[in-house]
Design a protein around this ligand. Structure first.
Ligand SMILES: Nc1ncnc2c1ncn2[C@@H]1O[C@H](COP(=O)(O)OP(=O)(O)OP(=O)(O)O)[C@@H](O)[C@H]1O
Ligand SMILES: O=C(O)C[C@H](Cc1nc2cc(Cl)cc(Cl)c2[nH]1)c1ccc(Cl)cc1
Length: 326
């Protein structure tokens, strides 16, 4: 009688004879007081909301069913839900608490990231100093490492999708275009897309006949995605390299008058560092913005790069106060 995989809350109760009993209750719209609009997406409205029971504040993303169906976005909504349900225990990923629906809408109950988007802060300041860059780059990298460990490739990492919570710590969002890698390993040792956007080998069955192609945001798209429409984990590291460059330079490395020209620059690795770009950061960017995905620095080597000298990792990274953005 509950939707499959639906999130529930349990409430202590007692039955007629006074015996303690656990009742599972599906959360619904009436369990929340909805507040201000936090933002609008193409298919969604995000509202601040308070749980009437525990008074906790959330961001609730509301999607109109008719619109989702008309725009053929059902797959993306379910990928976002399935992906977020896999990424439940990392401080750098927006947490999904519940999903539910009513006759008109779908609802994602998410962590409230009240600090807005990293892009907004970056635009206001122009660029970050090396200390702030190190802190935010470390939190983003730690979050990427976690999602990769869970077999998830984000595929659209960019400063707009890096939200900030009330302590100005990172909360990565927007997993509707993520790719969930099959955990089971095929006999020939490879794993492949499980959400049908990459034509896998014929033994894949349904993936290969669903030629849905997805390309992220032009400035952060990796060369392999442009060349052979295939994203891999190191595609997220390419995007990470672009974000690292942008935090310091105040602009992304590949930006042209239109998407086509931007793609040309990416494929030709045409970018240059502004004067004064710190040498240690430049060295790391140059090891990430590499055309061949296999030659990009892997996560563990990035953590040990001189640029992150002195950075804390693990719990310490998430306990420390965010540096004042100046
Ligand atoms: N958990 C959250 N906390 C606070 N604000 C959020 C949260 N999630 C999204 N927002 C804000 O709400 C707005 C809409 O976000 P949403 O993810 O619904 O659409 P989008 O991905 O930004 O747009 P599109 O769907 O066109 O890509 C964005 O500006 C985002 O900054
Ligand atoms: O309750 C669940 O978790 C499973 C459902 C699955 C689901 N039911 C849907 C109905 C419609 Cl009309 C559209 C989509 Cl994308 C739908 N996805 C669901 C509900 C809400 C949300 Cl946000 C996502 C998925």
């Amino acid at each position: 009688w509950r939707e499959k995989g639906a999130a529930v809350s349990t409430r202590q109760g007692t039955d007629a004879s006074g015996q303690p009993v656990q009742r599972t209750i599906k959360k619904g719209v009436k369990d929340f007081n909805f507040g201000r609009t936090l933002g609008e997406g193409s298919y969604s409205t995000v509202l601040a909301a308070t749980d009437r029971q525990n008074l906790k504040e959330y961001a609730i993303k509301v999607l109109d069913k008719r619109h989702i169906i008309k725009e053929k976005k059902v797959k993306y909504v379910n990928i976002e839900r399935d992906t977020l349900n896999r990424l439940t225990d990392h401080p750098g990923i927006v947490r999904l608490y519940y999903t539910f629906q009513d006759e008109r809408s779908l609802y994602f109950v998410l962590d409230l990231a009240s600090g807005g988007e990293l892009l907004g802060v970056l635009k206001k300041l122009g660029s970050f100093d090396i200390e702030c860059t190190r802190f935010y780059a470390a939190q983003i990298l730690d979050s990427i490492a976690y999602m990769h460990s869970k077999g998830v490739i984000h595929r659209d990492l960019k400063p707009e999708n890096v939200l900030l919570d009330r302590d100005m710590h990172v909360k990565i969002t927007d997993f509707g275009t993520a790719k969930i890698l099959n955990t089971e390993v095929k006999p020939n040792g490879t794993s492949n897309a499980s959400n049908g956007d990459t034509p896998g080998d014929p033994t894949d069955g349904f993936e290969s006949d669903r030629a849905v192609s997805f390309v992220g945001t032009a400035e952060y798209v990796s060369p392999e995605l442009l060349r052979d429409k295939n994203a891999c984990k190191s595609s997220d590291l390419w995007a990470f390299g672009c974000i690292l460059f942008q935090l310091i330079a105040g602009r992304p490395p590949f930006k042209a008058a239109n998407e086509y020209l931007t793609f040309q620059k990416i494929l030709g690795l045409e970018y240059s560092f502004p004067d004064g770009f710190p040498e240690v950061a430049r060295d790391l960017v140059e090891r990430l913005l590499v055309l061949e995905p296999a030659n990009r620095l892997p996560v563990e080597h990035i953590r040990n790069h001189r640029f992150f000298e002195g950075s804390q990792w693990g719990k310490g990274l998430w306990r420390q106060k965010a540096p004042r953005l100046k």
